[in-house]
Design a protein around this ligand. Sequence first.
Ligand SMILES: [Zn+2]
Length: 169
Amino acid sequence: MNETQTNIKSANVENNHSSGRYLQTMVRFAFLGDKVENIFEKDGQQIKVITYDTPKKVLLEYFGGEMTDEDELCGCDGNGEEYHITTKDMSDNMKMSGCWGFCRGKSEIHLWHSKDVDMSELIHLLAHERGHMLNPLHRIHTKEEIKAEKYGDAARFAYDVAKILMGQI
Ligand SMILES: [Zn+2]
């Protein structure tokens, strides 16, 4: 643990030299049983990114601790189309896509990702949830989802193109 913390520190020092303006510092991380809490700081605001070790656990957190296979999640896709899906089907979908998460307020992202998740998929998720934290906040759920999804799309585009520009594809 100590060694890892030291590594984080030195990584932050390097970041300080290269990209001060966009710096996001990892403040600390902690293993809390079956989840890991990562705390990042950006522009004086702390954001917790909490990762769970199974799809079921992040869904359970989403439902506040109680859930059956038949409970439904009501969501909305990037085109503003609403959908309803059981937690059982959701869990299966998550295993296929490799990640899923949600944000709580403007300072917490809860997620699960598989060890071999496609990086572009994970970046899309994180940017989508980060997007929910940024103004303007739409009261109409579908509008808010469309906004967040634009952040997800933009981040995925940047990642995919950067990989090509860097000759990694
Ligand atoms: Zn969303």
